[in-house]
Design a protein around this ligand. Structure first.
Ligand code: XMP
Length: 524
C-alpha cells in the first residue's frame, strides 16, 4: 500500500499557531502534547534530534522541552538544538528540559544527593506570568536525580520546594520547571501549561473543533483531489469520525463499507446501519458476511489462529467490495496520533508480538490504495469532541473500544453461533447495568468473556454443569497499561444475578481483577 505525500511531510493546509514539544525520551512526552491540545493550542511531538527543517515546517510560536532519562553531563546526552535556543521564541523546559537549558546556557547541573521522587509543594517566590491566577504554593510531582546547582547568567529562581531552592527558573520567556506539570499529580499543571501558552507565548487558543474539522476536511480534499475513496467503517468513534469528515469533504466520491462479520455485540450491526445509512445514503454499503466468517472460524480454538483467520477474511471481503467501485484509489482510515507517533519511533525489531492486532486498516499491499489519515494528528479525546460537534450519536462517540476480531477473542475456544449468542446476552446485560449505574463513561472499557470452563452448579433441586462467564472492566489512559475498575459489590451482584437468571447456559460469573500488565485487557 503506498502513502500519500502528506503522510511523510507536514504540508497540511495548517493555519494555526503551533507549539513544538521537543521529545527527549520522557514517558510523559505524549501527555505534554495532550495538555497543550487541551488548551486549544495545536502542537506536535518532535524528536530532539529531528532536522531543523522539520521544526521550521511547523513554525512554532514556542517550544516545550520534555523530560528524559539522560543526564546532561553525560558525553552522549541529547541537547537542545541551536536553532531552538536562538529562535527568540519562548521555551519551557520540563525536568531534563530545564537541566539542558541550564547546562547549555552556562549554568551547572549535578547529581542530587538523593533522588527526588513523588509529591512535593512548590512556592513561587517571584511574580511570573506562569503563575497567573494560581496560588503561590502548589502541589507538584517531582521525579529527578539531577538538579540545577548554579543558574545560567540572567536567570532567577522563581519557585522553591522544600528540598530545593531551584524548583523553577526563568529569564524572560525562557522558563525551566524541575517538576512535571503534565501529570495528574500536579493538579494545577494544566493551568501552568496554559499560562505558558497564552500568557508567555501569546497563543490565541485557535485549535477549536470547527478549525480541526475544517483542516481534516481540507486534508482529505487535498489528498483525494478529484479521485474516489473507500472507508472501512467499523462503527467505532475513530472510523465514524474519519468517515463523516471524508463524506463532508468529497461527498458521493466516498464509499463507506461496513462489514457485519457476525462477531459484533448485540444490536451493533443495526445500530451502525441506522446511524450511517441515512447520513451517507447511497454511499453506505452494508455487507453481511457473518456466515462466511463463522465458516472460516469453525474448528479453530487457538487465539492467534483465530485473529489471523479473521484478518484474512476481512481483507478478502473488503477486496471483493472494493473491486466493484470504479477508479477507487484512496483508503480513508481513522488512525490516531498515538499510533502515528508509535510507528514513527518504534524501531525495535526485537519487540515481541503480544497479539496480532487486526483492525480495519490492515489491508493488503496489493490493493494499492493510497492511505489518507485525516485524524492522524488527533488524540482520542479530541476525536470524541469532534464526533460530538459533527452530531454523531452519543453511543458512537463514547463507545468503548472494540477489537477488530470482535467477540471471537472473548470466546475462549471455538467460536460457534450458540456460544456467540450466550456471550452477546451476557455482554449486553453487563453494559446495560453499567449504563444504568451511570458508569459507562467513567470506565474505559468493559466486556464479558465466555470462558472455556464449565462448572457444577445447582438450579432448583437439580445439578447443573454449565458455562462460566467472566466480567472485565478497566480504567486506563492509553490502553497500554490498565487497572481493573473498582465496581461496587452491589452492581456486580446485580449483573451476576441477571446473567445466571436470564441465560440458562450460564451458572457462574466471575470478575477479573487483573491489571495490565501482566494480563491484557482482552482475554485472547
Ligand atoms: P489488549 O487486549 O492488547 O488490548 O490489552 C488493548 C486494547 O486494544 C484492543 N484490541 C484490539 N483492537 N484490533 C483492534 O482494533 C485488535 O485486534 C485488537 N485486540 C485488542 C482492546 O479491545 C483494548 O482496547
Amino acid at each position: 500500500m503506498s502513502e500519500t505525500p502528506d503522510r511523510q511531510s507536514n504540508a497540511v493546509t495548517r493555519k494555526h499557531q503551533a507549539i513544538a514539544v521537543v521529545d527527549f525520551g520522557s514517558q510523559y512526552s505524549q501527555l505534554i502534547a495532550r495538555r497543550v491540545r487541551e488548551a486549544s493550542v495545536y502542537c506536535e511531538l518532535v524528536p530532539w534530534d529531528a532536522p531543523a527543517e522539520r521544526f521550521r515546517a511547523l513554525a512554532p510560536v514556542g517550544y516545550i522541552l520534555s523530560g528524559g532519562p539522560a543526564s546532561v553531563y553525560e558525553p552522549q546526552a541529547p541537547l537542545i538544538a541551536d536553532h531552538i535556543l536562538n529562535s527568540g521564541r519562548p521555551i519551557l523546559g520540563i525536568c531534563y528540559g530545564m537541566q539542558a537549558l541550564a547546562h547549555q546556557l552556562g549554568g551547572k547541573v549535578a547529581r542530587s544527593v538523593r533522588r527526588e521522587y513523588g509529591r512535593a509543594k512548590v512556592t513561587f517566590v517571584q511574580p511570573h506570568q506562569l503563575q497567573t491566577g494560581l496560588p503561590a504554593t502548589i502541589d507538584v510531582w517531582m521525579s529527578h536525580g539531577d538538579r540545577v546547582e548554579r543558574l545560567p547568567q540572567g536567570f532567577t529562581s522563581i519557585a522553591e520546594s522544600d528540598n530545593s531552592p531551584v524548583a523553577a527558573i526563568a529569564k524572560d520567556g525562557i522558563i525551566g520547571l524541575q517538576f512535571h506539570p503534565e501529570v495528574v499529580h500536579t493538579p494545577l499543571g494544566k493551568e501552568l501549561i496554559a499560562n505558558f501558552l497564552i500568557e508567555v507565548c501569546g497563543c490565541a487558543g485557535d485549535w477549536t473543533p470547527s478549525a480541526v474539522i475544517d483542516e481534516a476536511e481540507g486534508l482529505v480534499r487535498q489528498a483525494v483531489g478529484d479521485g474516489r475513496a473507500i472507508c472501512a467503517l467499523s462503527g467505532g468513534v475513530d472510523s465514524s469520525v474519519a468517515a463523516t469528515i471524508a463524506y463532508r469533504a468529497i461527498g458521493e466520491r466516498l464509499t463507506c463499507v461496513f462489514v457485519d462479520n457476525g462477531l459484533l455485540r448485540k444490536g451493533e450491526a443495526d445500530q451502525v446501519r441506522d446511524t450511517f445509512a441515512p447520513r451517507f445514503g447511497q454511499q453506505f454499503a452494508f455487507v453481511d458476511a457473518a456466515d462466511e466468517f463463522l465458516a472460516t472460524l469453525a474448528g479453530i480454538s487457538d487465539p492467534e489462529l483465530k485473529r489471523k483467520a479473521i484478518g484474512e477474511k476481512f481483507v478478502r471481503v473488503f477486496e471483493r467490495e472494493a473491486k466493484g467501485l470504479e477508479r477507487c484509489e484512496y483508503l480513508i482510515q481513522g488512525t490516531l496520533y498515538p499510533d502515528v507517533i508509535e510507528s514513527a519511533t518504534s524501531d525495535n525489531p526485537a519487540a515481541q508480538t503480544i497479539k496480532t492486532h487486526h483492525n480495519v486498516g490492515g489491508l493488503p499491499a496489493q490493493m494499492a490504495l493510497k492511505v489518507v489519515d485525516p485524524l492522524r494528528r488527533l488524540f482520542k479525546d479530541e476525536v470524541r469532541v469532534i464526533g460530538e460537534s459533527l452530531g454523531l450519536p452519543e453511543e458512537i462517540v463514547w463507545r468503548h473500544p472494540f477489537p477488530g476480531p470482535g467477540l471471537a477473542v472473548r470466546i475462549l475456544g471455538e467460536v460457534t453461533p450458540e456460544r456467540l449468542a450466550i456471550l452477546r446476552e451476557a455482554d449486553a446485560i453487563f453494559i446495560e447495568e453499567l449504563r444504568l449505574a451511570g458508569l459507562y463513561r467513567s470506565v474505559s472499557q468493559a466486556l464479558a468473556v465466555l470462558t472455556n470452563l464449565r462448572s457444577v452448579g445447582v438450579m432448583g433441586d437439580g445439578r447443573t454443569y454449565n458455562n462460566v462467564v467472566a466480567l472485565r472492566s478497566v480504567n486506563t489512559d492509553d490502553f497500554m497499561t490498565a487497572d481493573w475498575s473498582r465496581l461496587s459489590y452491589d452492581l456486580l451482584a446485580k449483573v451476576s444475578s441477571r446473567i445466571v437468571n436470564e441465560i440458562p447456559e450460564v451458572n457462574r460469573v466471575v470478575y477479573d481483577i487483573s491489571t495490565k500488565p501482566p494480563a491484557t485487557i482482552e482475554w485472547e
